[in-house]
Design a protein around this ligand. Structure first.
Ligand code: 5GP
Length: 199
């Protein structure tokens, strides 16, 4: 199985570490992909599974514009995304290479992000990126109702120390195509009310 991880850019950027917009410009105010992480049923992740299969941008040339839009890098210094995608493929992607080649891996992640449409799931339940606080259980229910599966929510803290919605985790089968119920959830560190910052 694997876990699809989506990040809210506003919560990456309003922290102490801050962020840098990609060289291609400010990303859309939407959940971007962080990665697709193959993992075991017990929640552990294998890592860096094949150093002989390095990331090769030529293999995903046809996906590049979609990647720039949907899988933007926010780390500093500003990059064009290749560094982030290289890291994700080499650390995580290589661990499912028997099922998904490089093109298949990135395509699967893009497909999942489109399928789940997390921002729409939240805003249609009145949960908007407006800097206000929302209950964690309402956030989870809104996603469970439209996506059909329970997500795990990861929080981080802004510069004032408020707990906020940072990343959303959804479990998928080994093909990276079908959502499944998560067999285990990591321990949470969100408050019961969390902020949804603007971006
Ligand atoms: P991971 O959590 O996938 O193991 O590691 C994420 C790595 O990718 C970090 O070293 C981080 O610096 C880099 N990175 C580049 N851009 C981003 C981004 O937009 N979000 C996150 N979370 N990490 C990024």
């Amino acid at each position: 199985m694997a876990t699809a991880v989506m990040q809210w850019p506003g919560s990456y950027c309003d922290t102490k570490q801050s962020c840098c917009y990609p060289t291609t410009g400010k990303p859309a105010a939407d959940f971007g992909i962080h990665g697709l992480w193959p993992n075991y049923q017990d929640g552990k992740y294998p890592q860096n599974c094949d150093s002989k299969n390095p990331f090769n941008p030529d293999k995903i040339a046809d996906l590049r514009s979609s990647m720039q839009k949907n899988w933007p890098t926010l780390a500093c210094p500003s990059g064009n995304g290749v560094g982030f995608w290289t890291h994700e493929w080499e650390k995580h992607g290589t661990c499912s290479e028997s099922v998904l080649d490089q093109h298949g891996y990135f395509q699967a992640a893009l497909g999942l992000q489109k399928q789940v449409n997390l921002l729409q799931a939240l805003t249609s339940a009145g949960i908007n990126p407006d800097g206000r606080s929302y209950s964690l259980s309402n956030i989870k229910s809104a996603i469970q109702e439209t996506v059909g599966f329970t997500p795990w929510i990861e929080c981080n803290t802004d510069t004032s120390g408020n707990s906020q919605l940072y990343q959303i985790y959804l479990c998928v089968d080994t093909t990276g195509k079908n959502l499944i119920e998560c067999p285990v959830f990591p321990r949470g560190k969100c408050g019961s009310e969390i902020e949804f910052p603007s971006f």
